[in-house]
Design a protein around this ligand. Sequence first.
Ligand code: ITT
Length: 206
Amino acid sequence: GRIVIATHNAGKLREMQELMAPFGVSAVSAGDLNLPEPEETGMTFAENAALKAHAAAKAADLPALADDSGICVAALDGAPGIFSARWAGSGKDFAHAMRRVEEELARRGATSAEERRAHFVSALVVAWPDGHEELFEGRVFGTLVWPPRGDRGFGYDPMFQPDGHERTFGEMASDEKHGWGHGEGLSHRARAFSRLAAACLRKDTG
Ligand code: ITT
């Protein structure tokens, strides 16, 4: 079968392709098909993932898989959250977005280790052209470091150190960030994919 990966984010696309590789499904990206980018008007990760997946499924007349994700900082009342991409501005400047997180923490006097807690969320929605959809979510908890470390990954990776690890996501090779070989995986996206895979297995086995 063929599926559309409904993202225009290159870093995310690469990870989704890697995470889907074991399934042997042939995937084409929304960018390759020149699909328009729908406006993300939802109030939750799940709503925005559904918006993107349904728009791509309708436009391409193929099943589509979308990821809506972001980083939630407890001491910032969950910000940037669903606005994680938007904090980088039109120039997609994530050095700036990470600095903004750090400045917001300082402004609020959030300096203790406990106040540097954050988690990533990934909401994956598979949508079919007939309007059917399925949702899978994953999250990973950790600590925000400053200054950022590492130049791998994308987005906020250099600032995020997952619990139980010494390296930030920005210092990890993608296999390590996915956490392959360790149960449900490590990253929010890998964990959402584990849940998707588990649901497919349940379906196949009745
Ligand atoms: P699409 O909507 O086209 O998929 P986008 O970048 O706009 O691309 P989102 O609206 O889901 O995607 O924004 C998610 C942002 O959250 C993304 O731009 C990153 O900055 C951040 N993010 C999500 N997953 C991440 C990860 O694994 N590592 C680092 N940052 C991540």
